[in-house]
Every structure is written in C-alpha cells, then in structure tokens.
Write a protein that binds this ligand. Structure first.
Ligand code: ATP
Ligand code: LTN
Length: 334
C-alpha cells in the first residue's frame, strides 16, 4: 500500500513498434484501471538489450514508447512514468534476486526458449535471467497488481515464487503480487496467422497493426487478414481468424461477441473486415493525434520524466535498502 492505495506496476519493452496487441492487451487496461492504484509504468529499456539493439534506434523507441503511454491516456502527474535504466535499483535488486532463483526455474520459461531459438547466435546470460529482472521491477515497488497479457503469466508466477522464497527466509519483505489480465484483448493474434500472437517482432508487417499505421494501411491490412471459407461471422474455435477479428472489434467498440454475430448475420467477410478496420481507426486516430502534439512539447516531457524518475528512485530505494539489510550488506555510513 502507498498513500492508502494498492500499488500497480507494469512495463513494456522498447523493442519494435507497438502493435494493436500491445495496446488492447496492455496499454488500454493500464489506462482503465490507473485511477484505482498508485501506479508505476516503466519503459523497460534494460530488458530490451537482451536482444542486440541499434543504440540510436533504442533511444528513439524508448522515447516514443514513453510518449505513447501518455498519449494513450496515462496522466504523468498521477502515474509514475519513467525509464527503467534511470533507476539503478532495478539492476541492484535483480542481482540479489538472481541468487534466490534456480537455473531449473529459468530453464522452464517459454519466452526464453522462444527467444533463444529465434536468436541462436546470441543466447546471452541476460536473456536467461530476464525474468529475474522482471521480478525485481515488480517487487521493488511492493506491487500488489501487475496488468499483463496472458503470455507473461509464467514470469509473474516465477516472481511470486521468488518473493515467497525470500520472505520465507527473511520475513515479510516483499508484497506478493497478483496478475491482472484484462477481459477483452488478452491475446490478439496475427492477422496473417491466427495461431501466432500479434507481435512487434514479427517479420511480416501485414500480420500486425502498428499503433502508428495510417487509416488506409489499417483498412488494407484488415482486408487481407487470413480467415476461412465458412463465410459466416461466428465466434468459434473452428474459425480462429474470424474469432480474432471479433475480439479486436469487441475490444474497440465495447460490443460483445454475441452482439457482433447478430450485427453481421447474413453479411459477408468483406463488410465485417471493413467494420473492424474502421473501429480500429476510430480508436487509434485520437491516440496518434495526441502523440503528435506531445512530441512537439519537449520541455513538458523532459520535466515530467525528471520528476517521475525521482519519485521512482525514492520508492525503489526504500525497498532496496530493506533487502540489502536483510541479506547482510554493511550499513551505509551517512
Ligand atoms: P516481442 O514480440 O518483441 O516479444 P511483444 O509484442 O510480445 O514483443 P512485449 O513488450 O513483450 O511485446 O509486451 C508488452 C505487453 O503487451 C505485455 O503485457 C504483453 O502481455 C502484451 N502483449 C503483447 N502482445 C500481445 C498480444 N498479441 N495480445 C495481447 N497482449 C499482448
Ligand atoms: N517481460 C515483459 C515486460 C516487462 C514487464 C515487467 C511487465 C518487464 N518487466 C514488469 C510487467 C511487469 C514483456 O516482455 N512483456
């Protein structure tokens, strides 16, 4: 608890351009529940270098991502929005937690297996211990809730295990966090392969809608979306392409799958795809406009980053000092 409110932490990597999946599965939920919590929303740039990055590009993307958090509706006066690399407590706590995490646990992580297969020439130790840094992010602020997409559940379970293990040895040091999975949009699939999640690192740009895609591109990508030969708009496991489009439509309009089925009863896929494209444009266009305005306001963004970094440093240091003391590091001389 912080100032009588539960604490919420979440973060996103500054790798690749954000997709509609990131927005519907994460950002949108962040905005809708922010008011109820004391929130920390980090641009987790330290996680990004587990995969080789171009430095200038990473810097640019991190700034874009941070601006997008605000453009999506997170007020930086009320939400602590900052860069992970500006708060050294993340790395310091991660080191300590590394010593409380087993190789076997990390070996089971599916994201590690996937990324190791994808980047076989660079299976670095950071990629392997990535979930420990994520645990540090969360535990550093004594977070109660962590809104993430379903793909991050395994990492969150590990975070809980590490925290419980540590508390078991040293007493109640960490709050045990809970995942928060949004009801709609928890897993948006690729438009080109509905068996694969929509991902910002997908090589095929037609599989993903990027938050910065212009309206024509968005509509064109939906027109090309892979469906099936059934010819009816039905929310069923046998029609994964259509099901995904219904999920997207519902997440953007607030309608239910049943309402959507009724709305498009007897109408072809062409009509439906057009409607999904338009619904997505109507959600993304205002966000893009706010992004453009914010990007022009460098001083405002810089001032906000400075203030929020200090806030994050303050709260993270409280936990870090406690942990350092518990494990037996010598006290600091003031
Ligand atoms: P990458 O493809 O580079 O691994 P990513 O697109 O999966 O990246 P992350 O930075 O790992 O993006 O995820 C940011 C947040 O977005 C996480 O909370 C994740 O669960 C959520 N998310 C990512 N992809 C989707 C998706 N297709 N549907 C719903 N949520 C998603
Ligand atoms: N691993 C997450 C990003 C991430 C995160 C976090 C999410 C890093 N640290 C802490 C929630 C809380 C991902 O790849 N989506």
């Amino acid at each position: 608890m912080l100032d009588g409110k539960k604490v919420l932490f979440s973060g996103m990597q500054a790798t690749g351009n954000l997709t509609l999946g990131n927005y519907l599965g994460a950002l949108k939920n962040w905005v809708s529940i922010a008011e109820e919590y004391e929130t920390f929303y980090s641009v987790v740039d330290m996680h990004s270098i587990t995969v080789r990055q171009d430095p200038a590009e990473l810097r640019r993307r991190a700034r874009t991502l941070l601006t997008l958090y605000i453009a999506a509706g997170l007020d930086p006066e009320k939400n602590c929005i900052y860069y992970q690399s500006h708060v050294s407590g993340h790395a310091e706590l991660a080191w300590i937690l590394n010593c409380f995490t087993y190789m076997g646990e990390l070996n089971r992580m599916t994201q590690f297996k996937d990324k190791a297969a994808k980047h076989a020439d660079n299976i670095n130790a950071g990629l392997f211990t990535y979930p420990v840094l994520m645990a540090a992010d969360i535990l550093l602020y004594q977070s109660d809730v962590v809104p993430v997409g379903i793909d991050q559940m395994q990492h969150l379970e590990l975070t809980r295990d590490i925290a419980q293990r540590f508390n078991g040895i040293y007493g109640d040091v960490f709050t045990i966090p809970e995942a928060y999975i949004g009801k709609v949009g928890a897993k948006i699939m690729s438009l080109q392969d509905p068996a694969k999640k929509m991902s910002k690192s997908d090589e095929n740009p037609n599989g993903s809608i990027y938050l910065m895609d212009d309206p024509d591109t968005i509509v064109r990508k939906f027109k090309r979306a892979v469906t099936d030969s059934e010819g009816c708009v039905r929310y069923s496991q046998e029609q994964p392409g259509i099901r995904n489009l219904i999920d997207i439509y519902c997440a953007c309009t607030g309608k239910t799958p049943a309402e959507t089925e009724r709305e498009f009863d007897g109408r072809g896929y062409g009509d439906f795809k057009m409607a999904v494209g338009e619904a997505v444009v109507s959600v993304l266009k205002p966000l893009q406009d706010r992004f453009a305005d914010l990007s022009k306001n460098k001083d405002y963004l810089d001032g906000m980053i400075r203030a929020n970094t200090e806030k994050a440093q303050y709260y993270s240091n409280k936990t870090l000092r406690k942990v350092q003391k518990k494990v037996g590091f010598p006290e600091r001389i003031r």
